[in-house]
Design a protein around this ligand. Structure first.
Ligand code: DX5
Ligand code: ZN
Length: 232
């Protein structure tokens, strides 16, 4: 378990959905060397979202290439049958969608019982109140600022008030607020000012760079972090 303890420092979690899929191990090592705090892994099943990405086997293959936190975002439905496989694959944080099925409380309990940190993701249309009764079960809330399924989409500004509401609801708790989708330096400050501490960025980090030239990744990560921290 690479996740050590809770803190509210700004953390940048590049999403490897925008990485070179033919070279994922090297890409993970490169973003960590260039300053990534966590590695965000998007799991899609072609059912809950209209795209298919990777499963537990690829996560297991990537684990030795990720020194820090492996933050696994499950865009799958149903999810319970796969939680153990992702936990065994080395996920530190396992996030399920509130919309993925009728038994969110049970799924979150199962994730913690497997020794992982439990996260819940909310699609743009899902209100903050959807998780009001499971706050004791969660370590992270992933606020989708795009409709899940693809990288490179535009940030949905209408979601911003939800970040403020969730910060209010979790002010006394050790719960991370993670923003996922369309994060760039221009909107990172707003997200941080409203209470987010984890910023996922796919195209915002990987654009223009490569394993051969990872310094671009570093500059992109730094620009997002700087914009976020400047707003605090
Ligand atoms: C979308 C994923 C995101 C996505 C972010 O469904 O959950 O993590 O990869 O990519 P960008 O930052 O390009 O929107
Ligand atoms: Zn994601």
């Amino acid at each position: 378990m690479a996740y050590e303890s809770f803190d509210r420092r700004i953390k940048i979690a590049p999403s490897i959905l925008s990485a070179d899929f033919a070279n994922l191990g090297a890409e993970c090592r490169a973003i960590e060397a260039e300053g990534a705090d966590w590695v965000h892994v998007d799991v899609m099943d072609g059912h809950f979202v209209p795209n298919i990405t990777i499963g537990p086997n690829v996560c297991a293959a990537l684990r030795p290439h990720i020194r820090g936190v492996m933050d696994v975002h499950l865009m799958i439905a149903p999810c319970d049958a796969y939680l153990e496989a992702f936990a065994r694959a080395g996920a530190d944080i396992l996030t399920v969608h509130a919309e993925a099925g009728p038994h969110l409380h049970r799924s979150l309990q199962a994730i913690r019982a497997l020794g992982c940190k439990a996260g819940v993701a909310l699609n743009p249309a899902t209100p903050a109140e959807a998780i009001e009764h499971v706050l004791d079960q969660i370590d992270l809330i992933c606020v989708m600022t795009v409709n899940p399924g693809f990288g490179g989409q535009a940030f949905i500004e209408a979601v911003l008030p939800k970040i403020a509401r969730l910060s209010e609801m979790t002010a006394e708790r050790d719960i991370h607020i993670e923003i996922d989708g369309g994060v760039v330096p221009a909107n990172a400050g707003n997200c941080a000012a409203l209470g987010a501490d984890v910023l996922v960025a796919g195209s915002g980090v990987f654009k223009g760079g490569s394993v051969a030239d990872p310094s671009v990744y570093g500059r992109n990560i730094h620009a997002i972090r700087e914009a976020a921290e400047a707003a605090l």
